[in-house]
Design a protein around this ligand. Sequence first.
Ligand code: RB5
Length: 143
Amino acid sequence: MKKIIIGSDHGGFVLKGIVCRYLKENGYEVEDAGTYSSDSCDYPVIAKQVAQKVSNGTYERGILICGTGLGMAITANKFRNVRAVTCTDTCSARMSRLHNDANILCLGERITGEYLAMDIVDIWLNTGFSGGRHQKRVDMIED
Ligand code: RB5
């Protein structure tokens, strides 16, 4: 079974619910790392929960949602082997998989509407990494 971990702060809480539903309907086993209410909380705490488990290989992919998708990506990219990208359009979502082998998708609930966000999620989850010359470049990130 495909499995994925997802998290949000209060700014991404509503969109997280929508994305979770989509994932489950599409056969994913989903770990929801919080937050579990719309009460204000600190995005780095949630980003750490998700990024650690992608970093150590527990999950191949994760999704993080905050108001803008920015703080989540900044935090997640502190972790080894994490390649987190904030996407606000479908082309970036596709290219982040093809060329960068992005393993965490960050979304901004206050930036991207629900329909576009779901297209971004769908494309990001279903696009493979090109490998080849891009593998060498991705390896260079960790070096
Ligand atoms: C919370 O108000 C907001 O700062 C947060 O959701 C996110 O946008 C940070 O990057």
